[in-house]
Design a binder for this molecule. Structure first.
Ligand code: PHE
Length: 340
């Protein structure tokens, strides 16, 4: 055997081993394809290169060289086929290969959430639903009848002064002024006008007053209004309801306190405080529905009685989450909002 043929056969064997090793090392289809091109590529593959090498051996040895080449070619094709079968049988997770590191944390997609006030409102509805109160709605733009007159607030009352309210300068209804409602007590009237007792509702929504913004005031805020009218409703029902409301919302250790007060639409009237940080926090007003209000909606004060309360939602939310400044609810700073 000539030295040239000997060398040629050596080269073929080395190629067969290299190809086998490369195919076996492939961890994913893309790797295997790259090796296929490297060894079996029709243009520049190693096999193609060695096939051309047959030309360099002596004429009488060409036959032997060709035979050896065919053997090696088949062997290379066989090891490629084996590798291909192996990859096809891998499970999906094994196939992904080194580009995917399952120990890395996943991609975080920011998901929105409800505003803390909305969360509190939902919680208030759930709590009061358990006491049998259904939700009622009323408009934010009101007439003076629902915001004042029917609530026993006479025309001369200072609470009706333009400095205390947002009257809508160019908007009237049948010649009467309209305003952004200053309290949700308007909904008491709207509900009672439409229904006969017994009534047990809450209403949640925005109210507007021209207050200078500070840590505890904002010209727009939310109230929860409660109203219960039936035969024999007393102040004891009111206090029990508000205490259950406060403890189920804020915890068993929360106490409430009534202070004598005055509202034109309740008699007697109280301010409602809840315990907070060793002191008391004012949550809103309450009282027994004034007979004049019952008369204004066509109820008979000798037949039925009722209680009503109006509490600030922001105050409750601040109390729940230890928020110190009411203005943070409306600045829409995501760093603040993300905490809830
Ligand atoms: N509407 C009163 C306010 O906004 C609160 C209140 C509601 C008082 C119901 C008594 C009864 O201050």
């Amino acid at each position: 055997m000539s030295e040239a043929l000997d060398q040629y056969i050596n080269d073929l064997q080395t190629l067969a081993e290299d190809a086998k090793k490369a195919f076996e090392s492939a961890k994913q289809k893309e790797d295997l394809e790259a090796h296929r091109v490297e060894f079996m590529g029709a243009k520049n593959g190693h096999l193609k290169r060695l096939q051309k090498g047959i030309g360099k051996v002596e004429k009488d040895e060409k036959r032997a060289a060709g035979q050896k080449f065919n053997e090696v070619k088949q062997a290379v094709e066989q090891s490629f086929q084996t590798a291909q079968d192996r990859l096809a049988n891998l499970s999906a997770s094994e196939q992904v290969g080194p580009r995917f590191d399952p120990t890395l944390p996943g991609t975080k997609r920011p998901i929105g959430r409800n505003h803390p006030l909305t969360q509190t409102v939902e919680e208030l509805k759930r709590t009061m639903a358990r006491l049998g109160f259904e939700v009622a709605h009323g408009p934010e733009i009101e007439d003076e009848w629902h915001n004042f007159d029917a609530l026993n607030i006479p025309a001369s009352h200072p609470a009706r002064h333009p400095d205390e309210n947002f009257y809508l300068a160019n908007l009237t209804q049948k010649g009467h002024p309209l305003l952004w409602r200053s309290q949700t007590s308007t909904v008491q009237i709207r509900v009672m006008e439409k229904r006969t007792p017994p009534v047990r509702i809450i209403s949640l929504g925005r109210v507007y007053r021209p207050d200078k913004p500070d840590a505890t005031h904002f010209p727009m805020f939310h109230q929860i209004e409660g109203l219960m009218v039936d035969r024999g409703v007393t102040m004891a029902h009111l206090k029990t309801t508000l205490r259950l409301f406060a403890t189920s919302l804020l915890g068993e250790d929360v106490h409430i306190r009534f202070r004598p007060s005055f509202f034109p639409f309740t008699e007697p009237s109280v301010e409602v405080d809840m315990s907070w940080q060793g002191g008391w926090l004012e949550m809103g007003g309450a009282g027994m529905v004034d007979p004049n209000v019952l008369k204004a909606v066509g109820y008979d004060p000798d037949e039925v009685s009722g209680f009503a309360f109006g509490l600030g939602v922001e105050r409750i939310c601040m109390r729940r989450h230890n928020v110190e400044d009411i203005r943070s609810f409306f600045e829409n700073d995501v760093r603040f909002l993300h905490q809830f």
